[in-house]
Design a protein. Structure first.
Length: 174
């Protein structure tokens, strides 16, 4: 199974305040994200992290990252201090096109106004960066855009599967 997430911000105390996250402490936030991830992603699954895993490469933040199940690939965000060959990830890129089940997924930390295949309705653009509420994805669908914020703030602090995203866009707009 393929999963996507973004903007974990392990050990970043100020993100709780800036993004109005429902946690009393950075420890509670870290624990919740790790628990939700590991309930969702299994050892053989793949998870693409679309940036901002951690703000600072501290020992504790690194411990959080190392507790996450599955094979991890990083699409670099603006707060990722990782070198290209960091052993925590299968690879690190700035942008990636994923093909799955005759569909194309454009992965980047940043949201695009336009992306490869958008005009033909044959591709999905997955991003993070904005720390949007869940309503953002509903608004994108209602506007006829296959653009989806995979960030934890928009997805109950857990990764979202490729099938969940496809099914989300099959739902009728209310």
């Amino acid at each position: 199974m393929f999963y996507f997430t973004s903007d974990l911000h392990f050990d970043h105390k100020n993100v709780i305040k800036y993004c109005n996250r429902p946690f009393e402490s950075v420890e509670e936030m870290n624990e919740t994200i790790i628990k939700n991830w590991n309930r969702t992603v299994k050892a053989k699954d793949t998870c693409y992290i679309l940036g901002d895993v951690l703000m600072y490469d501290t020992e504790n933040a690194r411990k959080c990252l190392n507790q996450l199940h599955g094979h991890k690939y990083l699409i670099r965000g603006n707060h990722d201090p990782f070198k290209d060959n960091d052993p925590a990830f299968g690879w690190i890129k700035d942008y990636f096109k994923l093909r799955w089940d005759h569909k194309k997924f454009i992965l980047c930390h940043y949201p695009f106004l336009s992306w490869d295949g958008m005009e033909r309705g044959i591709s999905y653009h997955l991003h993070g960066h904005q720390h949007n509420p869940p309503e953002y994805n509903i608004e994108q669908r209602a506007a006829g855009l296959k653009r989806y914020d995979v960030g934890v703030d928009a997805n109950e602090f857990k990764p979202v599967s490729i099938e969940e995203i496809i099914d989300f866009f099959k739902e009728k707009v209310q």
